[in-house]
Design a protein around this ligand. Structure first.
Ligand SMILES: [Zn+2]
Ligand SMILES: [Zn+2]
Length: 644
């Protein structure tokens, strides 16, 4: 018998050679139908692989990232089987799971793949999936493996085999297809219920442009047709909400060749959104005891040598410029400048916590192939701040930062979020991590306490912390369920020392402060990109570049319209009047396209009663209202930063 320990700590006995599937079945048949793979002693395994010793066991389903990637990787094998049956002689390179599905790189020889082939391949895959073929694992010697692929004339798999040794080579076979693979896979092809092949692309072998161009075939698959339909619908919706498309239509931002790639130009409407976001940040930070600072966009090389950005971060920085024999760099991070502000005068415990905030402009070198709309840029405006505090103050300070995130999530209607909490790994102290074992454990526990006590959803990720402390990556989901990394919070017990920052304690000793790096609104670039998708361009009233548009039915009511415009402007409401000689239907349609939240339609009746017919974006006609009442009403909506 073997002892199996479950994630909740329960231990149960099973017969030697039991598989994860057997164990799942002993719990319930329903569970067994959902098990895609398992984690045995921390390693992802086939659910059908026998276990021969005591082990910890976690059953993996579609809801686990590793379950999902096993599912998608298994689908890549299924796709390869279908390709081989329709394109005999094809040779395969690698077929990994990716963020949303899977691909396989292949050499089709002289043949090409087209849209029609995709439909045929999908059909074939569905047919093979319904055969419920098991993914059979077989350990094989290097000699036999080399023979198998030599006979097949497959130089790609032979290349992969070069780096492998006896004892670490496994073949997996499902149906008529055998692949060199370390696994794991789902138990059988029947788990794959819905398939969509999405894209054919080219990819150089091993990513090297000197090598042959292979065909990369992408697909995505799901355990049910319903999930595939939802996924495709989400992609369709995401296309409509693409921030690059909306940013252009709504006059938010543009790029120009002469300015340079990745350097966004914010147009007047975009600048309004930026101003409103900064106003929100300033109000919030002022109330939370932050002080604002302003720092230059460049600094001498010596600053970044002290911070360690040089040489470690050099590849992500713009090259230096030289002036009076000294090298200057564009700043990639605001931290070093803020540390110098801390160091600018003697500090005592009475000055702490010191919270320095700045919407700092940073410049980073992203490779041109990586640039993507506002999401990956080379110039970014960061909602940055650094909090310098004592160890005793750390818990409260970190909690306040967390509360600020939650406040913002509420304002922006972000319902789904998770904090990805990255920890150090004790065996890498002094190599990958600052060698401060106690501080690591202490601060990690304090961060964990905050997350637990505030009921904030989080996941712990071992061995992914920053060099100088634990970090939190904030993942948020837009209204259509797409994931974004908004920002990163970091605890830092190394930079203070590098910069020799000190404060005098109660008993007048010098102590290094802990530093919290935080940026709850991320960067303007990424956050506004997110907001455009999240709201499908229909920004809430308080953020809208244009809040009210006055639409006179004819020129006769232009003067009345202008008096309303005066009133709106006096109330600090962003408004304009459509004085074109156009039909009212067209005026309404054009205003709707620009996603202006309120329209005031005015004609004879409205003018005589000092009213306006109010139309709300997305809601239609709200009826006639007294102009003064309307203004009072939307003033409140703006002041409260309401979402709808
Ligand atoms: Zn595989
Ligand atoms: Zn920082």
């Amino acid at each position: 018998m073997i002892n199996i320990t479950f994630p909740d700590g329960a231990v149960r006995q099973y017969e030697d050679g039991s598989t994860s599937l057997d164990i799942a079945k002993s719990i319930s048949e329903g569970l067994a139908r959902k098990v895609l793979a398992s984690k045995v002693n921390g390693q992802v395994w086939d659910a059908s692989r026998p276990i021969h010793s005591d082990a910890t066991l976690k059953l993996l389903t579609w809801n686990d990232d590793e379950g999902k990637s096993t599912f998608w990787h298994s689908s890549a094998h299924l796709m390869a089987e279908a390709v081989e049956s329709l394109f005999p002689g094809v040779k395969f390179w690698v077929g990994p799971p990716v963020e949303n599905g899977f691909y396989y790189d292949m050499d089709l020889g002289d043949r090409k793949m087209n849209e029609e082939d995709l439909a045929n391949l999908e059909k074939k895959m569905n047919e093979l999936a319904r055969q419920n073929n098991s993914y059979v694992r077989k350990e094989i010697s290097k000699k036999d493996a080399v023979k198998y692929f030599s006979d097949k004339g497959d130089e790609y798999k032979l290349d992969l085999l070069q780096g492998l040794n006896d004892g670490e080579i496994t073949f997996y076979t499902q149906g008529n297809f055998t692949d060199l693979c370390r696994g794991p896979h789902v138990p059988n092809t029947g788990f794959i219920k819905a398939i969509k092949l999405t894209n054919i692309a080219g990819a150089y072998w091993k990513g090297d442009e000197k090598n042959k161009m292979l065909t990369r075939l992408y697909g995505v698959s799901f355990p049910s047709q319903k999930e595939l339909d939802e996924h495709l619908q989400m992609l369709e919706e995401a296309k409509k909400r693409d921030h690059r498309k909306l940013g252009k239509e709504l006059g938010i931002f543009t790029f120009d060749d002469d300015v340079g790639p990745g350097l966004a130009l914010w147009l007047p409407n975009g600048a309004v959104v930026i101003e409103e976001l900064e106003r929100l940040a300033k109000e919030t930070e002022e109330a939370a005891g932050y002080k604002r600072v302003v720092t230059p966009h460049i600094a001498k090389e010596s600053l970044y040598l002290t911070s360690g950005h040089l040489p470690y971060y050099q590849d992500s920085m713009y090259p230096p410029m030289e002036l009076e024999g000294v090298k200057y760099y564009l700043k990639a991070m605001n931290c070093p400048h803020h540390h110098k502000i801390f160091a600018a005068e003697p500090r005592s415990y009475k000055d702490l916590p010191l919270r320095l905030a700045e919407y700092g402009t940073c410049y980073r070198y992203e490779q041109s192939g990586e640039l993507f709309g506002l999401m990956r840029v080379r110039c970014l405006h960061m909602n940055d701040a650094h909090i310098y505090c004592s160890k005793e103050q750390f818990y409260e300070e970190f909690k306040a930062v967390n509360d600020m995130y939650l406040k913002y999530f509420k304002i922006f209607g972000i319902d789904k979020y998770v904090m990805r909490f990255s920890l150090h790994s004790a065996d890498k102290l002094g190599i990958k991590y600052v060698d401060e074992p106690e501080l690591w454990i202490e601060t990690e526990q304090l961060v964990r306490d905050v997350l637990i006590r505030t009921n904030t959803p989080y996941v712990e990720v071992p061995d992914e912390a920053a060099f100088y402390g634990p970090k939190i990556d904030v993942q948020i989901w837009s209204a259509i369920g797409r994931e974004f990394t908004l920002a990163t919070n970091q605890v830092d017990f190394a930079q203070g020392r590098r910069f020799k920052l000190e404060f005098a304690t109660h008993d007048n000793k010098g102590e290094t402060p802990l530093i919290i790096h935080r940026a709850p609104l991320g960067t303007h670039e990424r956050f506004i990109g997110f907001l455009l998708e999240h709201y499908a361009g229909k920004l809430p009233l308080w953020l809208s570049p244009m809040q009210v548009k006055i639409l006179p039915i004819s020129d006769k009511f232009l003067d009345y319209g202008k008096t309303i415009l005066q009133k709106l402007k006096k109330a600090d409401i962003r408004a304009d009047i459509d004085d074109r000689n156009e039909k009212i239907g067209k005026k309404i349609r054009d205003t709707e396209l620009m996603k202006v939240p309120y329209m005031l339609v005015i004609g004879e009746k409205e003018m005589n009663e000092q009213k306006a017919s109010v139309r709300r974006q997305g809601k239609g006609d709200l009826g006639a209202k007294l102009v003064d009442e309307f203004i009072d009403q939307i003033k409140t909506e703006i002041d409260e930063r309401r979402g709808e």
